[in-house]
Structures are given as structure tokens and as C-alpha cells.
Design a protein around this ligand. Structure first.
Ligand code: GLN
Length: 505
């Protein structure tokens, strides 16, 4: 194990807790100290619950001391994206409209973390209601990329990837509607997994687009992601879209780490024009490594992927406009009274509250979504987008007849500068061009660090995709590739990130 607690992987911490080498209180305290030292600069947390985390740690230490059989990750702390309902802890979704809201219940996923004895360090920053690719749309200020504080950490879950990249938590939970786990992983040099749609319960996840949303692990290693995936996955009767089957054998696959004889398809439509040279170079090298290790690599065409982004930006706003209708100033959080109106109606209060409480990107999407759903346009926009969605699913099915997994770069670029794309929504949307097809089809995807781009020295990611319910394949390939890349680099990529506190920050 790394002598520095916060530099250890979750698997290493679990081992040290099990052997009695460390207590959970020590592990939690080390992370709280790290947060105190660096989060002023990174701003990855919206809320830190030191007391709650220490209390949970004490409890699990006692259970262990009394000889109780505990979960393998018991005592390992975790950070949770601020879009998951946490009983007794603020949940804002990065929005002013939910400022001060403290949920009276836990999301199923959060309840599972607690049941496993995992102390919750706090809630992580995000683009408002998970809309964005840079975390700059958070109403509470942006998160900074630990590799370079002047750059974005990706989004919408930039906070969850940044906390693991900055060693402020060994594990975090993200959510991925169009890429919000995988793209932040890619630009922060970490691992991110979007499980199969329905593989992890959405109960208690504040919905952005219900047919696309999926929570999953943000970690520093593939094995850690697998360990976390098996805690949060599984059937939940409270979520009608939850898959009624056991969690795929992800931990076993991560430990086996095999690629020999595996058929790997390189997606022709993802990775060409518009992708940064350094992103492509590192991707090609990773594919070559897989080939050297005995994988059969072929090129596969998925022609409908070219329309994925367009379909997504009709389906997502449509669902979001409906999901966000519940923020009506009556039930949750903020209530603003219209100025200069003596006896305002409910509608006037609602309008004033939504005007003050929602940011520009949220308003943009609500307007787009209500337009796309309006009578007369429904068939032309929403209906048409759903047909494209079917074509994309068909492309995946055809591809998975020929190969076991598909690969592409995760994001077209490395982390850009804060502020660079804020006035240009379209170029922000393009960050997810490679990740969105998986959400539209419900298939699982992983992003893994593939190296540093030559032109800027920043992390790049490779995306691995598998058929629905075959999540274990991601972990088999991912952990084999991770091992080969670490051998090549001599150490995990993250060890090359500049030391944060040394910056005098
Ligand atoms: N960046 C994409 C968007 O803005 C994806 C968001 C997400 O996955 N939550 O919609």
C-alpha cells in the first residue's frame, strides 16, 4: 500500500482495513485533511460532511472490532454527485432552485453505500441539473481540473472525477446521461463507467432525461470501479426500469484482465475529423497494445452515429423540460415572489422562481424541449429523434454480431480552458459526440486513461463499449489495457499530475 493513505486505491484501503493495519476513522480523517488542503483550489465539493463521515467510520470500526462480517468496501469513504438524494445532506443539483433542500430520504444507490458501511465524505459539484461538459454551469462556481487549475474538469460530473484525481476521495459516484461520467474521466486521467441502462437504480437520482440517465463509478483504477459497481448495481423494485438480474461479474472480470482472442471493433465514425491529434495518437497506441496482447482488431462502421448528437439534443431537452416542471416553487427549495405584485398568483410565483432559480443553460433546454414536444412539431422533432435512436441501437446490434467490444476515443479533446466554450453551446455539446450513442442505446461504457496528448501534456481517454448487460467485458478489457499502459508508463498516469498543494494554493 502507498504510505500516503489518500494515494492508495480503494482496493488497497479495503485490504488495509481488513487486516487491521488502518481504521476507517484514520482513512476518513486523511481524506478530510486532504480536502481541507486542496479543495479551496479545486472546488470539487459543494458540501463536505466531516462529522457524518467520521461517525459512519467509527461505527464500521466498531463492527469490525466486534468480529462482525462486513462488506469488502466497508470503511472506504466515497463522494457522491450532488444529483443523488442523500437523507439529511443538502442536494442542490448545482442549482439555485434547490439551494437549502435537504432530502428526507436516500436514493437507493446511497442506501446501498451506507449499508456497505461506506462513509460519505460529501456531495460533489456538477453542471446545473447535469447539463454541460465543463461543470461551469454550476450555480456555485466551477470546479478546476487538478492537472491544470485554469482548465475544466469535464462535466457534468466534473466534481466527482476531480475529487478522485485530486486524491480528495478514493471513490466517487457520477451520473451519465450523455457522457457525464466518461468525459470527465477522460479529461482528468481517471476511470469512469456508465453501466448498462437499468443496471444501477435511478430511484432518488434527480432526473435529467429518465430514458438516458445512469449512475456509475468514478475511480482511479478499473478494479476499484468494479468493486464499486458491484455495491451499487442490482435490481430495485422502486425503479421500474431496473434490470431484474444479478450484477454482472465485474470484479472477477477485472481481476482476470484477459483480452486474448477478444474481438475489438474500432468505430469508424468516431475518432476522425474534429479529434485532437494527441487524443488520436494515444488512442491508436492503446488499440495497438490490445492487438499485441492477442485481441483481434477490426474496423466497424456505425453510420447512424453521425446523427446521435442531433437526436440527443431533441430527446434530452424534451425529457428534461418535463422532469424539471416539478420545480414549481411550491414543493422544494427556492421561492421567489415577483417584484411589485401585491397578491401574486401561483403562476406568477412559479415564473419568478424559475426565472431566478434556473441558469441560462437550463432555460435554453427547457425552451428547446417544450418546443420539440409541442403539438404540430412533435412528430417532426421528438418522433424523428426517436427513430434515429432506433437506428443507433440497430448499429450497435449489428456491430456486436461481429465484435465483443467497441472502442473509440472518449472525448474529442483534452481539457479546455475555463471560459473557452461558455458562449458557444454547440462546441460544448460536441464534447459528447463519442459518448452519446451508448446512452441512446442503453449499452455500458467505460473511459480509461490512454496517456497524455503531446501538444498540451494533458490526459486523454479511450472508451470501451459492450452490449447491454455485458458490463463485465468492459472490466476485462479495461483492466488488461490499464496493466499494459501502466507497465509502459512505469506508474499510473495520475502520478504525473502536478502536486496541488506545492503550487502554494
Ligand atoms: N454534456 C452532456 C449534456 O450536457 C451530457 C450530460 C450528462 O451526461 N449528464 O447534456
Amino acid at each position: 500500500m502507498n504510505p500516503d493513505i489518500t494515494r492508495s486505491s480503494a482496493a488497497e484501503l479495503a485490504h488495509a482495513l481488513d487486516s487491521g493495519e488502518l481504521s476507517s476513522v484514520e482513512v476518513v480523517q486523511a481524506h478530510l485533511d486532504r480536502i481541507a488542503a486542496v479543495d479551496g483550489d479545486v472546488h470539487a465539493y459543494l458540501h463536505v460532511d466531516g462529522e457524518g463521515a467520521l461517525a459512519a467510520a467509527r461505527e464500521v470500526d466498531q463492527r469490525r472490532a466486534s468480529g462482525e462480517e462486513v462488506h469488502v468496501l466497508a470503511g472506504v469513504p466515497i463522494a457522491v454527485k450532488d444529483v443523488m438524494a442523500t437523507k439529511g445532506l443538502p442536494t442542490t443539483c448545482g442549482s439555485k432552485i434547490l439551494e437549502g433542500w435537504v432530502p428526507p430520504y436516500d436514493a437507493t444507490l446511497v442506501a446501498k453505500l451506507r449499508a456497505a458501511g461506506m462513509p460519505i465524505l460529501g456531495k460533489t459539484n456538477m453542471d446545473e441539473f447535469a447539463m454541460g461538459s465543463s461543470t461551469e454551469h454550476s450555480a456555485y462556481g466551477p470546479t478546476h481540473n487538478p492537472w491544470d487549475l485554469t482548465r475544466i474538469p469535464g462535466g457534468s460530473g466534473g466534481g466527482s472525477s476531480a475529487v478522485v484525481a485530486a486524491y480528495e476521495a478514493p471513490l466517487a459516484i457520477g451520473t451519465d446521461t450523455g457522457g457525464s461520467i466518461r468525459q470527465p474521466a477522460s479529461v482528468t486521467g481517471t476511470v469512469g463507467v456508465k453501466p448498462t441502462y437499468g443496471g444501477v437504480s435511478r430511484y432518488g437520482l434527480v432526473a435529467l432525461a429518465s430514458s438516458l440517465d445512469q449512475a456509475g463509478p468514478c475511480t482511479r483504477t478499473v478494479l476499484d470501479a468494479a468493486l464499486l459497481h458491484s455495491v451499487i448495481g442490482g435490481h430495485d423494485p422502486l425503479d421500474s426500469t431496473s434490470i431484474d438480474a444479478p450484477v454482472p461479474a465485474v470484479v472477477e472480470a477485472a481481476r482476470r484482465a484477459e483480452v486474448k482472442g477478444l474481438r475489438v471493433g474500432v468505430i469508424k465514425e468516431l475518432g476522425g475529423e474534429g479529434y485532437q491529434a494527441g487524443v488520436r495518437a494515444r488512442f491508436d497506441e492503446s488499440v495497438a497494445l490490445l492487438q499485441e496482447a492477442g485481441a483481434e482488431v477490426v474496423e466497424v462502421s456505425c453510420p447512424s452515429f453521425d446523427y446521435a448528437l442531433a437526436a440527443y439534443y431533441l430527446i434530452l431537452p424534451s425529457e428534461a423540460s418535463s422532469n424539471l416542471a416539478k420545480f414549481d416553487a411550491m414543493r422544494y427549495g427556492l421561492r421567489v415572489l415577483p417584484e411589485g405584485v401585491d397578491d401574486p398568483s401561483a403562476e406568477q410565483v412559479m415564473a419568478a422562481t424559475r426565472d431566478a432559480g434556473f441558469g441560462d443553460e437550463v432555460k435554453r433546454r427547457i425552451i428547446l424541449g417544450t418546443y420539440a414536444l409541442s403539438s404540430g412539431y412533435y412528430d417532426a422533432y421528438y418522433g424523428q429523434a426517436q427513430k434515429v435512436r432506433r437506428l443507433i441501437a440497430n448499429d450497435f446490434s449489428a456491430a456486436f454480431e461481429k465484435v465483443d467490444v467497441l472502442v473509440s476515443p472518449t472525448a474529442p479533446t483534452t481539457a479546455f480552458k475555463l471560459g473557452d466554450k461558455l458562449d458557444d453551446p454547440m462546441s460544448m455539446y460536441l464534447q459528447d459526440v463519442a459518448t452519446i450513442p451508448a446512452n441512446l442505446a442503453g449499452v455500458p461504457g467505460m473511459s480509461l486513461p490512454s496517456g497524455l496528448a503531446d501538444e498540451d501534456g494533458l490526459p486523454t481517454g479511450i472508451q470501451i463499449l459492450a452490449p447491454a448487460t455485458q458490463d463485465q467485458r468492459l472490466y476485462g478489457v479495461g483492466s488488461a489495457l490499464e496493466r499494459m499502459l501502466n507497465d509502459r508508463w512505469g506508474a499510473p498516469l495520475l502520478t504525473r499530475a502536478p502536486e496541488l498543494s506545492a503550487k502554494g494554493a
